[in-house]
Design a binder for this molecule. Structure first.
Ligand code: ADP
Ligand code: MG
Length: 223
């Protein structure tokens, strides 16, 4: 079942008198439980594609559809709600808040919706699932890189998303901690969460069941 799809998506950036077609007619559909890697040279449009599928940005042409609903039919408010319910994000630099503990960091994206007690309980559950049940009250500077990334992954799951979008999630990690992150991803895909990750890491592409190769804003290969 398709969770998110883009159809003939074009993204044009205008800066000054220059226009750039960062995506040039991309069609891609991500199914639940799928683990897919997005690869391609720098500047080929990988992050742009992730932003479109993450509902952070609009295509200039073409459409993005979430669970059967075309984004163009939604108000800004509806789209924000849909993004919060549907998509989790993970970045290369983990973006944890240094003054918050692991469990508070994980709880933050849920605060607009749920009460603090419920959220902290769920944060504890998620942190336990990613192997950090003994680090709940640690601050980011008391955690290793791999642990910080697992906190960020737990945070991306706090609102029960259907899809996780990750931009170079293992880019700052050594091989062993990268493998721990892949184990965590694997457990979430088993539950039907789709994961789409931009990566240069061969360990990740070897693990992915699907690789989408972008070149000059076009899909060159998808298998
Ligand atoms: P990748 O992630 O594959 O390195 P990006 O999607 O970040 O590529 O960028 C694709 C192209 O679009 C690049 O040429 C980049 O310079 C350009 N680009 C990305 N974001 C913007 C922006 N906000 N304004 C103008 N150009 C942009
Ligand atoms: Mg990028």
């Amino acid at each position: 079942m398709s969770v998110i799809s883009a159809s003939d998506a074009v993204k044009i950036y205008e800066s000054g008198d220059k226009t750039l077609r960062a995506l040039d007619g991309v069609s891609v559909s991500v199914d639940s439980g799928e683990f897919a890697a997005v690869v391609g040279p720098s500047g080929s449009g990988k992050s742009t594609l992730l932003n479109l599928l993450g509902l952070l940005d609009d295509p200039s042409e073409g459409s993005v559809t979430v669970d059967g609903t075309s984004l163009s039919t939604l108000s800004k408010r509806e789209r924000t709600d849909l993004r919060r319910e549907t998509v989790g994000f993970i970045f290369q630099s983990f973006y944890l808040v240094p003054t918050l503990t692991a469990r508070e960091n994980v709880a933050v994206p849920g605060l607009v919706r749920d009460d603090r007690e419920t959220l902290l309980d769920r944060a504890d559950e998620l942190l336990t699932r990613v192997g950090l049940g003994d680090r709940l009250d640690h601050y980011p500077n008391e955690l290793s890189g791999g642990q910080k990334q697992r906190v960020a992954i737990a945070r991306s799951m706090i609102n029960g998303p259907d899809i996780l979008l990750a931009d170079e999630p293992t880019g700052n990690l050594d091989q062993d901690t990268g493998a721990q992150v892949l184990d965590v991803f694997d457990a979430f895909t088993e539950e039907g969460v789709a994961i789409l990750t931009v990566t240069h890491d061969e360990q990740v592409t070897a693990f992915a069941e699907r690789t989408i190769r972008l070149v000059d804003g076009e899909i060159r290969n998808d298998r």
